[in-house]
Design a protein around this ligand. Sequence first.
Ligand SMILES: [Zn+2]
Length: 89
Amino acid sequence: MPTYSYACSACGHRFDANQSIHDDALTTCPVCESQIRRVISAVGVAFKGSGFYRTDSRASAKRDTTGAAGTPKPKAEPTPATSAVADPV
Ligand SMILES: [Zn+2]
């Protein structure tokens, strides 16, 4: 039985419901009874096509690592320190 995620735009309440595909979608928030919308969660997508989801997350993680390593900030620091020592002499 698939699990559907719902989100209430009025109070922000989120919850999951186990429903048959043939059941009607829930329409009211159990907290404030406002209208809710069904959320297509990323977890559900990954369950059906895990290959695509895994490749996508790994690619973005690699990009983050490269960006952090490519910043040469520590290297620039010794230069001003050397000139400050040379000044009094
Ligand atoms: Zn609500």
